[in-house]
Write a protein that binds this ligand. Structure first.
Ligand code: 6PG
Length: 241
């Protein structure tokens, strides 16, 4: 099976998380700006990474006071719902997390997908400080992403309109293409591309078909993700087959 360009093979999910943690710390060290912007992935794969960052092996190496954490997408459910990425992130980083409360920028999910998308786009633009993104000054220092078994990433599903959004930074996704089948709010490809580094974390045999389809050149949302800098894929042996 041919694998995406920029693939790095690791033995298991723990090794993928450790490699991602090391890359996150390097990305933080590279930027000269006081504030660092990291876009978090939802789903279950990154839980290992988030727990690692908050744990004894890495916590002291993470510049918590400088990092602002954003979300690549979320489900339009209450933040305490088990399907919420906000809940997943809070639990994974630990409730005693070292993230300053004003540095965790949740996607509003209490007013519906359209209103939440517009509000989150404004959150991003307010943080960035301009209404248009300049490739010379990307919005994110690092974007973390996962891969769905259908080839989606964030909440950009194959065949759904949000994949083709080229103007807005955040889009409503009224119909999810994979469970949980609830409305979503997702960053769009232009927003994800405004990054210095994109890092996919992909583990488990369930992702092999999507990786094979990408490797065969099929046009899937995850394969459309670009970056001002680099797009790297961290796969474990189970996913890479
Ligand atoms: C989400 C994620 C989504 C996820 C993939 C992989 O909100 O679900 O943003 O894009 O990364 O579906 O999910 P797993 O890591 O759970 O396999």
């Amino acid at each position: 099976m041919s694998l995406p360009t920029g693939t790095h093979l690791l033995p298991d999910p723990q090794a993928v998380a450790r490699e991602a943690a090391e890359r996150l710390i390097v990305a933080c060290g590279e930027t000269g700006s006081e504030r660092i912007a990291i876009c978090l992935s939802g789903g279950s794969t990154p839980k290992v990474l988030y727990g690692l960052l908050a744990g004894p092996d890495y916590a002291a190496r993470v510049p918590w006071e400088r990092i602002h954490w954003f979300f690549g997408d979320d489900r339009v459910v209450p933040w305490d719902d088990e399907r919420s990425n906000v809940r997943m992130v809070r639990e994974a980083f630990g409730h005693g997390s070292r993230i300053p409360s004003t540095h965790l920028h949740f996607i509003p999910s209490d007013a519906g997908a359209e209103v939440g998308a517009r509000a989150y786009e404004q959150t991003l633009l307010d943080f960035y400080g301009s209404e248009t993104l300049d490739p010379v000054r990307p919005l994110f220092d690092l974007v973390l992403l996962g891969l769905g078994e259908d080839g989606h990433t964030a909440s950009l599903f194959p065949g759904k309109p949000a994949v083709d959004e080229t103007a807005r930074l955040v889009a409503p996704v009224p119909e999810a293409g994979l469970e949980p089948f609830v409305p979503r709010i997702s960053l769009t490809l232009p927003a994800l591309a405004s990054s210095r580094h994109v890092l996919f974390l992909v583990t488990g045999t369930g992702k092999r078909p999507a990786l094979a389809r990408l490797g065969a050149g099929e046009d899937l949302p995850a394969g459309r993700v670009a970056s001002v800098g680099d797009v790297a894929w961290l796969l474990d042996a189970a996913a890479a087959g």
